[in-house]
Write a protein that binds this ligand. Structure first.
Ligand SMILES: [Fe+2]
Length: 335
């Protein structure tokens, strides 16, 4: 794995004083050991996966029952997925009105850039979220935490106190794209099948809070797997429900297999082929929280097969090992 320990982001993360989890994937985000985090005011941990590659990383934050984390604003974007519990988040621009959205397990929201936000647990149990951010990119450019966390600039082009901005209903703007303020339950939206990515694979792009980071909801039907493909760094896949495994490889002899279930997070490194396989008895649901920086690095064409100059392996291109392993794993899972 690449050593990025001398980068400004890594140095900031080390100084935060919470556990740092590393690897190609996190087997179970619910089981990560947390420690008190002075910055947030609650227990937390930082996750730096290899596939973030200096663009994205994530963290876990726990909010004790009926408590709030400290308000914060920052010059990095984040997409926050609710792992457990229920609560609400208040958003406001300096001097502006505040808006509050409710959330619960399976919710997804995203503070607009540099907007103040405060998370509160309204339940009797600890609430827990995982947030994927582009903090590595921002820290590595500006190298100054005070600037990142204490800049007054209001990005009115993102959020200008519009009363309906955090409207959770949102709308589909085309067949595969949803735009809105937050998602109450990522399992609910109807995901149209995208057969070009493989039979039984469905996905919808979700644009939240006008942020540049990308995200999508995906589902893999029982007995299906997505065609292997490769793309830019930074996509964190959080498993919402279902069981199966992901394969990630740069070369087949260095294959990384991540068995997954609810709470697994994996992040394929740039240019590594990977696939998502459902071996369970229920539909697999993922929420993918990604970079969205158009124009940075190589432009991959993941809807185009290799034979057409793209970055996806059609069924006739993937080689026999993928299917063979899938059939073995299906048998194992059925026992
Ligand atoms: Fe992918």
């Amino acid at each position: 794995m690449a050593d990025r320990s001398d980068t400004p982001f890594e140095q900031w993360a080390a100084a935060e004083g919470v556990p740092i989890v590393r690897g190609y994937y996190v087997p179970d985000a619910y089981k990560i050991a947390l420690a008190p985090w002075k910055r947030t005011g609650g227990p937390g941990a930082i996750i730096i996966l290899e596939g973030g590659e200096g663009f994205t990383s994530s963290y876990i934050a726990e909010i004790p029952p009926h408590a709030s984390l400290k308000p914060e604003r920052h010059l990095f974007e984040e997409k926050i997925y609710v792992l457990q519990g229920k609560g609400e988040t208040r958003f406001w621009n300096e001097g502006g009105p505040s808006r509050t959205i409710p959330w619960q397990e399976y919710g997804l929201f995203s503070p607009p850039l540099n907007v103040w936000h405060e998370m509160r647990n309204t339940g009797d149990q600890p609430a827990k979220v995982v947030a994927v951010t582009d903090a590595p990119l921002v820290f590595n450019i500006y190298r100054n935490p005070d600037f990142v966390f204490n800049t007054n600039f209001v990005f009115k082009d993102r959020y200008n106190n519009e009363p309906d901005y955090f409207d959770g209903v949102g709308k589909m703007v085309d067949r595969h794209t949803w735009v809105g303020g937050f998602i109450q339950d990522v399992r609910k939206p109807n995901l149209g099948e995208r057969v070009e990515y493989g039979a039984g694979y469905g996905a919808v792009e979700v644009n939240i809070s006008g942020n540049g980071m990308g995200s999508h909801l995906a589902q893999i039907d029982v007995g299906a797997y997505k065609k292997p493909h490769r793309h830019a760094a930074g996509a964190h896949l959080v498993v919402v429900e279902g069981t199966g495994y992901a394969l990630m490889w740069e070369t087949w002899d260095k294959l990384v297999k991540a068995d997954f279930h609810k709470g697994t997070i994996y992040c394929p490194p740039e240019g590594w082929f990977h696939t998502h396989c459902n071996t369970g008895a229920q539909v697999v649901k993922h929420v993918a929280l990604r970079c969205g920086f158009a124009g940075i690095g190589k432009i991959y064409q993941q809807r185009l097969s290799i034979k057409h100059g793209g970055d996806m392996l059609d069924r006739d291109e993937e080689g026999p090992e993928i299917k063979k392993l899938f059939e073995e794993e299906l048998k194992k899972a059925a026992k």
